[in-house]
Design a protein around this ligand. Structure first.
Ligand code: NAD
Length: 289
């Protein structure tokens, strides 16, 4: 079994670290927030007062942090303190450019490093069914697999460094556009006198089908488990979608891509997030009536 340092024991990192303990690994954790530390201790994580102490005995170092800037500065602190041969896995959602820079930062210290962002939210983190999108070298990916498995439903090697973040940003841009389009369709249907259930039944058996309608249906009724039936409690919070679309805009800008719908979706979610960041992102339908 492996000694794993887990840095960032928040909403996602907490349950992910717990699943690694459950799988029999020794998990050395660090988080600056005392409540996160307390919960992790309750889940069998051995916690340390600093990140440097948490990584000292680790063969694998996992980070699950709010931003690329935080990952970079934490790496600067821990890389010199980590034992030779350790494998670094960053599961935070950060920009592709940051992911590549962080990969280089680790390489300069002689370490293999993977970007491995996830989808599946807190529910997936708790159930151990996250989808990992991984970027980095083949041998590092093979070495990481046994560590990722207890947290994962699916692990996909997407390519070289940054490819995991690229996959995540592209997927979430599609999702944002679809959730708005589905909302527009339900509002238009209502105005045309078509019932929500009839539209749901038709779309889910036809060419417009997608996760945004089939699972995350933005009106109450057709899918009893969708956030629309629970006052749009997330699910996937608008604030997080807004963050991910900001990263998509960064990628569109840095590559000189044209993405008119993705760009417009980012504007729509940016203004919605100012008031309603805590609602599921399917609540965007409220702005379409
Ligand atoms: P969170 O804010 O709950 O957790 C982040 C944790 O990092 C906090 O506990 C914070 O104290 C800790 N932290 C900050 N600076 C640190 C440092 N220097 N060293 C160690 N710990 C530090 O956020 P979250 O929801 O767990 O998300 C974590 C990452 O996962 C983000 O990048 C987010 O975009 C991504 N993500 C979140 C979800 C979701 O549904 N919450 C889904 C997919 C991806």
């Amino acid at each position: 079994m492996t000694t794993i340092a887990f840095l960032g024991l928040g909403n996602m990192g907490g349950p992910m670290a717990a699943n690694l303990v459950q799988a029999g690994h020794t998990v050395h954790g660090f988080d600056p927030v005392p409540e996160a530390v307390k919960t992790a201790q309750g889940n069998g994580v051995e916690t340390f007062p600093t990140a440097v102490e948490a990584v000292a005995a680790a063969q694998v170092v996992i980070t699950m942090l709010p931003s690329g800037a935080i990952v970079k500065s934490l790496y600067a602190e821990i890389l010199p303190a980590t034992q030779t041969g350790a494998l670094f896995i960053d599961s935070s959602t950060i920009s592709v450019d940051d992911a590549r820079a962080i990969h280089e930062q680790a390489a300069e210290h002689g370490f293999a490093q993977l970007d491995a962002p996830v989808s599946g939210g807190v529910k997936g983190a708790t159930a151990g069914t996250l989808a990992f999108m991984v970027g980095g070298e083949d041998d590092a990916f093979a070495a990481a697999r046994p560590t990722l498995e207890p947290m994962a439903g699916k692990v996909i090697h997407c390519g070289a460094a940054g490819a995991g973040q690229a996959a995540k940003v592209c997927n979430n841009m599609v999702l944002a556009v679809q959730q708005i389009a589905v909302g527009e369709a339900f509002v238009l249907a209502e105005k045309l006198g078509l019932s929500d259930q009839a539209l749901y039944d038709v779309i889910t058996g036809a060419t417009g089908n997608c996760w945004a309608v089939q699972t995350n249906c933005p009106v109450p009724g057709p899918v009893p488990t969708s956030p629309a039936n629970n006052d749009y409690k997330p699910g996937f919070a608008t604030a997080l979608m807004n963050k991910d679309l900001g990263l998509a805009l960064d990628a569109i800008g840095s590559t000189g891509s044209r993405a008119p719908l993705g760009t417009h979706a980012a504007q729509i979610y940016k203004s919605f997030a100012e008031q309603h960041g805590d609602l599921d992102f399917s609540a965007i339908i409220k702005t379409l009536h």
